[in-house]
Design a protein around this ligand. Structure first.
Ligand SMILES: CC(C)(COP(=O)(O)OP(=O)(O)OC[C@H]1O[C@@H](n2cnc3c(N)ncnc32)[C@H](O)[C@@H]1OP(=O)(O)O)[C@@H](O)C(=O)NCCC(=O)NCCS
Length: 157
């Protein structure tokens, strides 16, 4: 039996429901997927969407969000592949710095140049993001999530 390798491709409108389900399955915020669809990448395996990652742009800044790999596929390098693809997309699109919030995976993102930072370290444009506004407006959330940032230009050579 031949196995077809998973296909990493830009998201399309018909992926919105599956992306939303994938994100929600990890109890991550499954909001504003349609609004930011142009920055989403998905991994499709035999017609099923098994991973996603999204980039939101705010001025010179990017925010990486919703990096999720289906549990059955984890540990096979797909999370790294999705993250690299999303960051390359942000860099090619002219973003100079990238921010994210994570609860469970700071060491994973450190592999891609992200360092822990404070909410106050988000540049003004990135503070327009729904994530920054949500976290900064909730003491409970701010105590749970880890903000991180990376210099995209430093990784472009
Ligand atoms: C985090 C996540 C995307 C990683 O996906 P994955 O496909 O398992 O990752 P990879 O197989 O590409 O792992 C690459 C390397 O990172 C390591 N790694 C994976 N997840 C890690 C984590 N949570 N913390 C630290 N290291 C991690 C792997 O061990 C691997 O190391 P190796 O190259 O030395 O073997 C996946 O676990 C996931 O979907 N988690 C739930 C959603 C989530 O928390 N997303 C992040 C917040 S947006």
């Amino acid at each position: 039996m031949t196995t077809v390798p998973p296909l990493l491709r830009p998201a399309r409108a018909e992926d919105i429901d599956a992306i939303t389900r994938l994100i929600a399955s990890e109890t991550l915020p499954a909001v504003e997927v349609a609004e930011w669809l142009g920055g989403f990448w998905v991994l499709e395996e035999a017609g099923t969407l098994v991973a996603c990652a999204g980039i939101e742009r705010y001025g010179e800044a990017a925010v990486l969000r919703s990096v999720v790999v289906a549990a059955s596929l984890r540990g096979s390098g797909e999370g790294a592949r999705m993250t690299e693809r999303a960051l390359a997309f942000a860099r090619d699109d002219g973003a100079r710095r990238c921010y994210l919030f994570t609860m469970a995976a700071p060491e994973f993102f450190a592999r891609f140049g992200f360092e822990r930072c404070r909410l106050d370290d988000f540049e003004p444009d990135a503070r327009e993001s729904w994530q920054w506004r949500g976290v900064s407006g909730s003491e409970g959330l701010a105590g749970q999530v880890i903000p991180m940032r990376a210099d995209l230009q430093a990784r472009s050579s």
